[in-house]
Write a protein that binds this ligand. Structure first.
Ligand SMILES: C[S@@+](CC[C@H](N)C(=O)[O-])C[C@H]1O[C@@H](n2cnc3c(N)ncnc32)[C@H](O)[C@@H]1O
Length: 180
């Protein structure tokens, strides 16, 4: 496993600056949120499946605009309160769309998620986004940033499947990370 710097070049350190609601591995690690947040700077971000917002609270600090899409209503309520708190503090802002991602029209530079079967799987999400691009509802430059937990066999199998399809698309592998 590769080690990652907790502090990025932009100085984004969500491990230190964001108090998480969930514990890892239920949520993705804070240091990958920091790492992504630097790469998301100035971009329009859509996170599919935001849960309690630990990643989104980090991304919203640098993104141009951020949308949290969440299917589970109790999480949506928590997310709305969290978004309002961040906006009051001036440490980022995000919009909450409380719906199944397949039922709403979304656009962004980046679509990011960590899959959770049965309603959010990598293959279905990628196929859905490709259809949306072809239909002109998602900008052609949009990129999918998919997270994988390498200790979870379903994620490992999904990653292998995506790698096998990589000749038809571009696959960039990021660092596997855990909370320090
Ligand atoms: C594995 S959690 C990932 C949470 C967070 N993004 C992270 O990385 O820690 C998956 C989230 O996706 C949500 N979800 C599942 N299916 C969905 C769908 N079809 N549309 C929107 N959200 C969905 C779940 O409620 C859950 O909050």
């Amino acid at each position: 496993m590769l080690a990652a710097l907790a502090v990025t070049a932009l100085g984004i350190n969500c491990t230190a600056n964001i108090r998480p609601r969930d514990a890892s591995p239920i949520r993705s690690p804070q240091n990958i949120h920091s790492w992504l947040s630097e790469r998301f700077a100035g971009l329009d971000i859509v996170e599919i499946g935001t849960r309690n917002g630990d990643g989104m609270a980090c991304f919203a600090q640098t993104a141009r605009a951020s949308i949290a899409v969440e299917i589970d209503r109790p999480y949506c309520e928590i997310l709305r309160k969290r978004a309002a708190r961040l906006a009051r503090k001036g440490t980022g802002n995000f919009t909450v769309v409380c719906e199944d991602y397949r039922k709403v029209r979304l656009d962004g530079d980046i679509f990011t998620w960590w899959e959770q079967a049965p309603f959010l799987t990598n293959q279905a999400a990628i196929q859905h986004l490709r259809r949306e691009v072809h239909a002109g509802r998602v900008r052609p430059s949009a990129q999918a940033v998919v997270l994988f937990d390498m200790s979870w066999q379903d994620d490992v199998d999904s990653l292998k499947q995506l790698i096998s399809q990589a000749s038809r698309s571009r696959l960039t592998l990021a660092l596997p990370l855990t909370d320090p």
